[in-house]
Ligand binder design. Structure first.
Ligand code: NAP
Length: 529
């Protein structure tokens, strides 16, 4: 059986940098990737309008200064084709493809206690041995296909935003239904609206969205930022979300400001765009009144943008802002001013079934040529729970996580030695700029493996007590905010039967400091043998 020092699962941002780091340690590494190319999230999510909600100059690797100096982003927020081109460029520049096996989905990983090695099995029945397994499987990589009866009967075209075809899809002159109104729908609706003869948006819960204010990247600004890239990256490490340091921030409290100043503050941050809106005040995630004010301002904007008052009202969300990830759009609400765009409230009149010719709600039939599911992902745990992972004494990870994921630092799981997760549940991951978060995890893992090698240690494992304390800590931090109150994918509420557990940790700088401290204390909370 072919044997490797390490097997990495996934060739997205995480898997690629992990490969680069481990190879530079002289390790023999194999990456297994289900897709036909690198890119991960940006390989699969090719739907119209797909774009990152973190600015391109920051949503990129910082591990190699030459790389960050030579790549030229063209827009403030990069669109999917440009991000994918960048990832492909990185793969070629560092000759990473040689060690990646594409079209290979990992089905199982079983730890053998006697030899201290993992046996990794693929869907095609191949088996490999590895000393380390690193899951770079992504936080939002398993599409959620809602269990709506009748899908197989539909005679038209069915799509999921998270599994978009590689060939171009033309909706010209077609009647299209988009199910869902999260980030993916909000980005695709304005584009599909321009093509479709009629677009029906099936909305269950309205979402908060702030215009991204995307624009071409001014070459002078790009050069200025590049000149101080190291500085900018350092500053971002002290940011709660891991990005945005170059923009104005305010730690103050909403209610401490006079109403007119408060409005001005919200207005300023609305104009900055997208997620930067949340930097208007420091207490938005914590204080109900502050949250209500921030949410109320967005509702006012929706009512200003959308001409038909009834539609505007239906588009206004009423849950806590930040309870679900804030969306960043380019013309979403304005799309509902077009005569060919229709909002269907499926909270009031739920979808009953898919028929041969469209969608049936309790209010009647909608005749459609195409249905786009923008229904999200089985987030954070979906990819790992789909692999049969067995640790000590044959314990199955899925069983261990049956009441919710348990990790130490989001990096390791007690009872599963030498298995690392890149941005796993319990790490800041989805609350941050993913690329630096990924780099921080990958560096931690690679440095740890180098540390073990220098000391001739073969096995690392999270201690049970450290894991228990970490899980408690993640919950305590979440409970100090308003976030767990909302039904969202953060708590698994979008997947029927998934345990309700808050799966990410707020606070990127504190997390990085804690990791550094743990390393300085000789990998406190980990046991070596
Ligand atoms: P999402 O936020 O989970 O939204 C899914 C939508 O589908 C929700 O509106 C949900 O309604 C609806 N839905 C699910 N099942 C349904 C059903 N059976 N009937 C009717 N509606 C249903 O998924 P997403 O939009 O793909 O975004 C997921 C995450 O990916 C984002 O939060 C973000 O972190 C990331 N993302 C980022 C970007 C970006 O960088 N700009 C773009 C896309 C995605 P309910 O709310 O009622 O459940």
């Amino acid at each position: 059986m072919q044997s490797y020092d390490a097997v990495i699962i996934g060739a997205g941002f995480g898997g690629l940098y992990m490969l680069h780091r481990l190879r530079s340690l002289g390790m023999d590494v194999r990456v297994f990737e289900a897709g036909t190319d690198v890119g991960g999230t940006w390989y699969w999510n090719r739907y119209p309008g797909a774009r990152c909600d973190v600015e391109s100059m920051e949503y990129s690797y910082q591990f190699d200064d030459e790389l960050q100096q030579e790549w030229e982003w063209t827009e403030r927020y990069a669109a999917q084709p440009e991000i994918l081109a960048y990832i492909r460029y990185v793969a070629d520049r560092f000759q990473l493809r040689d060690d990646i096996q594409f079209q290979t989905r990992v089905a199982s990983a079983v730890f053998d206690e006697e030899s201290g090695t993992w046996s990794v099995g693929t869907v095609d029945g191949e088996q490999y041995l590895a000393n380390f397994v690193i899951a770079a499987t992504g936080c939002l990589s398993v599409p959620n296909d809602p269990d709506i009866p009748g899908k197989a009967d539909f005679k038209g075209e069915l799509y999921h935003t998270g599994r978009w075809p590689h060939e171009s899809v033309d909706f010209s002159g077609k009647r299209v239904g988009v199910v869902g109104t999260g980030s993916s729908a909000i980005q695709s609706v304005p584009i599909i609206a321009e093509q479709a003869s009629d677009l029906y948006v099936f909305q269950r819960t309205p979402a908060y969205s702030v215009p991204a204010q995307n624009e071409p990247l001014d070459p002078e600004l790009r050069q200025r930022l590049k000149a101080r890239y190291a500085d900018l990256r350092e500053q971002n490490k002290r940011e709660q979300l891991g990005f945005g340091a170059r923009h104005p921030d305010n730690d103050g409290c909403v209610m401490e400001m006079k109403p007119e100043d408060r409005r001005e503050q919200f207005e300023r941050h609305w104009k900055l765009g997208g997620l930067l809106y949340l930097r208007a005040f420091g207490d938005i995630p914590f204080d109900q009144e502050a949250n209500d004010a921030a949410a109320g301002f967005v509702r006012e904007k929706i009512r200003e943008i959308v001409h038909d008052p009834e539609t505007a009202e239906k588009l206004c969300p009423h849950n806590n802002i930040m309870g679900k990830r804030l969306c960043a759009d380019s013309g979403y609400f304005a799309a509902f001013n077009r005569p060919n765009v229709h909002l269907v409230d499926v909270k009031a009149d739920p979808i009953e079934k898919i028929t041969a010719t469209g969608i049936r709600t309790t209010d009647g039939d909608y005749e459609l040529d195409c249905i786009v599911f923008a229904t999200g992902f089985d987030a954070m745990t979906g990819a790992l729970n789909r692999i049969d992972i067995r640790g000590r004494e044959g314990q199955c990870l899925q069983d261990k996580w049956s009441d919710g994921p348990r990790t130490y630092l989001g990096l390791e799981v007690a009872g599963f030695p030498n298995l690392f997760i890149v941005t796993g549940p319990g790490s800041p991951s989805v609350f941050t700029n993913m690329v630096p978060s990924i780099e921080q995890h990958v560096d931690f893992i690679a440095d740890c493996i180098a540390y073990m090698r220098d000391r001739e240690l073969r096995i690392i494992e999270a201690e049970q007590e450290a894991e228990d304390e970490w899980v408690e800590h993640v919950n305590a931090v979440a409970d100090s905010t308003l976030l767990p109150q909302t039904d969202s994918w953060y708590v698994g509420a979008n997947i029927p039967g998934k345990p309700r557990v808050f799966m990410a940790l707020l606070g990127f700088p504190e997390y990085c400091d804690r990791c550094d401290e743990i390393v300085a204390n000789g990998y406190e909370g980990f046991a070596f043998s």
